[in-house]
Design a protein around this ligand. Structure first.
Ligand SMILES: Cc1ncc(COP(=O)(O)O)c(C=O)c1O
Length: 407
């Protein structure tokens, strides 16, 4: 598989991101060593994994002479906030369409990603309806109306899930492969959170490219188009034909069958962009991590989040990364014995917001507890006063009846 064209790329991320062995986690839970690919540290705003896809999306938009980016999602969308910040640095306008209605005018009602998008100058629209799929109609409609007024919009679906966006992770696979080569680690599985599917699709393309052309991986060439055939690593050569690492997408948003087919289509289109003949040599493994619903924290995710923080100081968000990390912990608990790569895709704003919410809720409970105690104390004091009053009056009432156990 060879590159037939060089994709345009607008630099945003600080790469490579670290690949870190989680020794303390291993001591705490046993099992194989988990390596963490720190794409929470891609270094552009709090974009996480989306910094990589936006490099290619913006590159394409700028190459086409576009003057604005139009996309949408939920008000808490990491992609939308990142797209707003990226548009700003590229001198493009940014229109974001969010499903639902504007949040209450209170700090607690405003998701940090919505605030970040606004701070980056994005023009924000709400559909007024809770149906997420509404975005898929509203984005092209807004783009068409901007174009009708002479604009040159670049429209993107939710999550930036296009073949061009997937190039970011086709390149990232090569980056990981090199780091694993340096560490002489051959993982059994790579686990990541999957939403719109672009990240997973890109990794599958990168993996297929690495296996198909070990002399000069397409992925490495996409990462650094000047890479030559001679610069490929010996281990990449040796890996050709070996069983592929299992790439596991923990789907947090769409049903497994739906996301599998989306990922297959995206991988196929992305592969075509790179001049590939086949979409992917590997089947895509998808684990259903949606429960109890998109955007809602799960018990397993909460446990995973606490363990990741306590052992490795990792901040995981309840929507994506905590649920994916729970899949990693599940593999370990099931006796999986080969090294695992957990691809940390970011989500810092929601991680911090969840902590703030938990903190407020805990304080609220504590305040209620104090208030209940205060009421009980007042109740006892009132009864004591009443008893004293009666006693002073020479009344011989049994005091115990006046001071029952407070409710
Ligand atoms: C933190 C985080 N992780 C993972 C994903 C999933 O990436 P994708 O939409 O490419 O599947 C997202 C998507 O928004 C995300 O914000």
């Amino acid at each position: 598989m060879r590159i037939t064209s060089t994709p345009a790329r607008f630099p945003l991320a600080t790469l490579p991101t670290p690949l870190v062995p989680a020794f303390r986690l291993q001591r705490a839970i046993g099992g194989p060593l988990v390596w963490v690919k720190r794409d929470d540290l891609t270094g552009f705003a709090t974009a996480g994994n989306k910094a990589r896809s936006l490099e290619f999306l913006l590159g394409d938009a700028v190459a086409q002479g576009c003057d604005s980016l139009v996309t949408g999602g939920g008000a808490g969308s990491n992609f939308c906030a990142a797209a707003a910040a990226a548009s700003q640095v590229a001198n493009l306008a940014c229109h974001l369409i969010f499903y639902g209605s504007p949040p209450e005018e209170s700090p607690a009602g405003v998701h940090p990603n919505l605030a970040a998008a606004g701070a980056a100058g994005a023009r924000i629209h709400f559909t007024g309806r809770t149906d997420r799929a509404e975005i898929d109609r509203a984005v092209p409609a807004l783009a068409a109306s901007l174009a009708a007024r002479g604009g040159r919009p670049y429209a993107l679906p939710r999550g930036g899930a296009t073949a061009v966006g997937a190039l970011g992770y086709a390149a990232a696979f090569g980056e990981l492969a090199e780091q694993l080569d340096q560490q002489e680690v051959e993982p059994g599985a790579i686990v990541l959170a999957t939403g719109s599917g672009g990240t997973l699709a890109g990794l599958l393309v990168g993996q297929a490219a690495t296996a198909a052309t070990p002399e000069a991986t397409t992925a490495r060439a996409a990462a650094a188009p000047e890479a030559t055939m001679a610069s490929a690593s010996a281990r990449a050569r040796a890996r050709a034909g070996s069983p592929p690492w299992r790439i596991i997408g923990a789907t947090v948003s769409r049903p497994p069958n739906q996301i599998r087919s989306t990922v297959d289509t995206l991988a196929s289109q992305c592969s075509q962009l790179l001049g590939g003949h086949r979409a992917s040599t590997n089947p895509c493994t998808v684990v259903d991590a949606r429960a109890p619903g998109f955007g809602l924290a799960s018990d397993g995710g909460e446990r995973a989040r606490a363990i990741a923080l306590a052992t490795e100081g990792l901040l995981l968000d309840p929507v994506y990364t905590a649920k994916a990390f729970a899949v990693v912990l599940g593999l370990v608990a099931d006796g999986y014995d080969r090294p695992i790569v957990f691809w940390h895709t970011g989500g810092l704003p929601a991680a911090l917001q969840q902590m703030a919410d938990n903190h407020l809720a805990a304080n609220h409970l504590a305040a209620n507890h104090l208030a209940a105690n205060y009421l009980a104390a007042n109740y006892l004091a009132a009864n004591y006063l009443a008893a004293n009053y009666l006693a002073a009056d020479g009344c011989t009432t049994d005091r115990s009846t006046l001071c029952p156990t407070p409710p």
